[in-house]
Design a protein around this ligand. Structure first.
Ligand code: ADP
Ligand code: MG
Length: 223
């Protein structure tokens, strides 16, 4: 337990620093991108190098934006939001991604789901991260199930896939910055998702079996 506390304190200090650096990098990065776009427009058709530079700059920008979430102080939640329309939106966005993987996304929502006091865009980001991971875990296709219900006074949102699963020694690394097993992964999606759900007073738990599949469960307080 002591080790866990130490680790979480260390992560929060690292997170604050990373977010501070991210903030400082954002402005020069925006200006750099603008000038590369300008150069590209004047490149007279030979724009391959510029295209690569822009896509690399986009990647840096994406990583920076993930880290900036860590800098957000405890968010002030003012709005109660229905979860079902929110999930439906995200499923629609993820569907285009899923089709490429031959993955079908099924949904199951309980009746009379309560509204949740939350930061809508942040929850959307979490749902999308988990859904993308589920799809990416199934290169040979399959079914991902998204469900929402109420259990023990908590909103329970679950993402279940039939994918590769997660090895036991890797379960401990989930949520660590830069932990990824994907060639083009950032290893930031889960870190940011854990942080956002913790800020909402909720939890994320994982249940996984190799070669069988994985379930991520989000629990959010209903107030
Ligand atoms: P990324 O997707 O960029 O790799 P994430 O933080 O989203 O970063 O995920 C970290 C790692 O956790 C992934 O690379 C993968 O190894 C593992 N992982 C996350 N979700 C799943 C899942 N549903 N099935 C199998 N592995 C997963
Ligand atoms: Mg991911």
């Amino acid at each position: 337990a002591e080790e866990l506390v130490r680790k979480s304190e260390l992560l929060s200090v690292i997170g604050q620093m990373a977010a501070g650096v991210a903030h400082e990098i954002r402005n020069p990065l925006t200006s750099l991108k603008g000038f590369v776009q300008l150069l590209r427009a004047h490149s007279g058709g030979k724009d391959e190098y510029y295209r690569i530079m822009l896509s690399e700059l986009d990647r840096i920008e994406f990583i920076i934006s993930e880290f900036l979430v860590l800098a957000k102080p405890q968010v002030v939640f003012q709005r109660k939001r229905e979860m079902q329309p929110l999930l439906e939106q995200i499923v629609m966005i993820a569907d285009t991604h899923a089709i490429m993987y031959n993955v079908q996304i099924l949904t199951s929502y309980a009746d009379n789901l309560p509204a949740i006091v939350c930061e809508e865009n942040q929850l959307k980001q979490v749902f999308l991260n988990l859904l993308k991971n589920a799809v990416e875990a199934m290169p040979n296709g399959g079914v991902v199930t998204v469900s929402a219900s109420v259990e023990d006074g908590m909103m329970l949102i679950a993402f279940t896939d039939q994918g590769c699963g997660i090895a036991e020694e890797q379960l401990l690394k989930l949520g660590e910055p830069f932990f990824t097993t994907k060639p083009n992964g950032t290893g930031l999606g889960l870190m940011v998702s854990y942080k956002i759900i913790a800020n909402h007073g909720g939890t994320i738990s994982v249940c996984s079996k190799e070669e069988t599949g994985t379930t991520f469960e989000i629990r959010l307080p209903v107030r």
